[in-house]
Design a binder for this molecule. Structure first.
Ligand code: GRF
Length: 180
């Protein structure tokens, strides 16, 4: 099994996946980011497929991402903090084999601002959801969930870090089960 990881940011989930010795064949990023350095530090090749931002052709971008993954003969795609919404081509190319981690208990707080919205809603418990990604954002079959408490005085940063510390354990475990 060969995993392709998609990332856009600090890459701490990627680090956990690599530390768990999961078979990562390539890391694909849409912007210069720390995830590239994490890949390099583990001797894993990375590819930059630049996202043009608002107004760019999302379907063409998705095709370019699929091409990058296919060049490395990837079997399973793992999104780890990938911040661009992808279109149909990736879900056709890797049917049922695109995984995502979301920093909330889905179906609550879908979208890119899940931590902020959970804090604003005043919930006492939020969490982590690992799921199979589908065309509909932050939907798709749930593989694993774990609750994370919201504590008095939390900021977006402190809450997100508590959530991420759970993701870094739960995501590698769930990927390993999925590969079986
Ligand atoms: C994670 O919380 C993930 O759920 C969210 O972005 C964060 C990525 O963190 N979509 P990192 O880049 O793995 O450190």
């Amino acid at each position: 099994m060969r995993i392709g990881v998609l990332a856009s940011g600090s890459g701490t989930n990627l680090e956990a996946i690599l530390a768990a010795r999961l078979p990562v064949a390539v890391v694909v990023v849409d912007r210069p980011c720390r995830a590239t350095d994490v890949a390099a530090a583990h001797g894993v090749v990375s590819e930059l497929v630049p996202w043009g931002g608002h107004g760019a052709d999302r379907t063409q971008f998705t095709h370019d991402i699929v091409d990058a993954l296919e060049r490395h003969a990837v079997d399973v795609v793992v999104m780890a903090g990938f911040m661009v919404i992808l279109e149909k081509p990736i879900f056709d190319a890797f049917q049922g084999k695109v995984l995502n981690t979301h920093p909330a208990l889905l179906p609550s707080f879908r979208g890119a601002h899940a931590v902020e919205e959970a804090l604003a809603a005043g919930v006492k418990v939020t969490g982590v959801t690992i799921h199979v990604a589908t065309r509909e954002v932050d939907s798709g079959p749930i593989l694993a969930q774990e609750a994370v408490p919201v504590l008095p005085g939390d900021t977006v940063e402190t809450l997100h870090e508590r959530i991420k510390s759970v993701e870094r354990r739960l995501y590698p475990e769930t990927i390993r089960e999925f590969l079986k």
